[in-house]
Design a protein around this ligand. Sequence first.
Ligand code: SF4
Length: 321
Amino acid sequence: MNALQKIKSTDFHLSEYEIVDLLRIEVLSKEFFELLAVSNDRSRQKFGNRGYVFTQIGINAEPCPINCKFCSMGAAHYSMDSQWEKTAGEICSQLNWLQEGYFDDFFLMTTADYPQDKFLSVGKAVKPLLRKDQRLVANIGDFDLQTALQLKEAGFTGAYHINRLREGIDTMADPQEREATLRAIQEAGLELYYCIEPIGPEHSYEEITAEILRAKELNIGVMAAMRRTAVKGTPLYEQGQISAPELTKIVAVTNLVVDPSRAMNVHEPIQAALMAGVNQLYAEVGANPHDTDSHTEQNRGFTPAAAWNMLREFGYLPPVD
Ligand code: SF4
């Protein structure tokens, strides 16, 4: 029985070799659509028609020393149109404006060297503006267990943190430090949000599989797959980007192997992936590593309303519609 036949018979215990096999399926072939159908079924069974929109504010647009070769804020190739940092007051008013619509979890993102004490006070300032059911998530540089506990104390419920593809090669982050942060997040009892990213045409299926298996080990509630956006001015711009069907295939395989309990995401939003089990999308405001406009809500970033429109077309709804 090959890997596709196996998942069609609802056996999802796949070896590394079988995962690579699924990733090798030719996009737009009959097998490709069979893979999507299995992933879609799995999500519909788990998630029903519950959709999720998460919203992130990138709170500073500044040169970042980690110099990720795909990011518009890498210090060595800063490609954003301006530099600024939002005050806690500005972040609160932006959140109040966003709260006029409905969205689920709320993320605050910074560059890697943003001072952690300042970040904690921003977290404390926004927390009272969130509904009781709305989770608060940190998307920041590496940190230790003590900081993870402080984040929890400040009202954060989770953190987005990952070991990126070619971490330490295309970035100046230390993969061991990334892993230590992942452990600190889980040890502190924060929810870990994970993603296979940023996927580019140069990544082999073996590399992608290694990261999918890492995520599987981490027992993730909210999972994602993201293609690298080719941002003009960044060192990896010339490498281009993978197609929407290719990303959709990777989403399907990731969903089946990692088996997230709450939601599956694709980033940036593409409709095709909603046929492969995606029930969650991000809205983005402020700084965004994939954008040269430092106010991404005016350019690449989706608003919560736009994200809900896309989800609704595929039958994924907020809890009260
Ligand atoms: S992706 Fe994050 S860590 Fe990397 S350069 Fe950009 S802001 Fe810094």
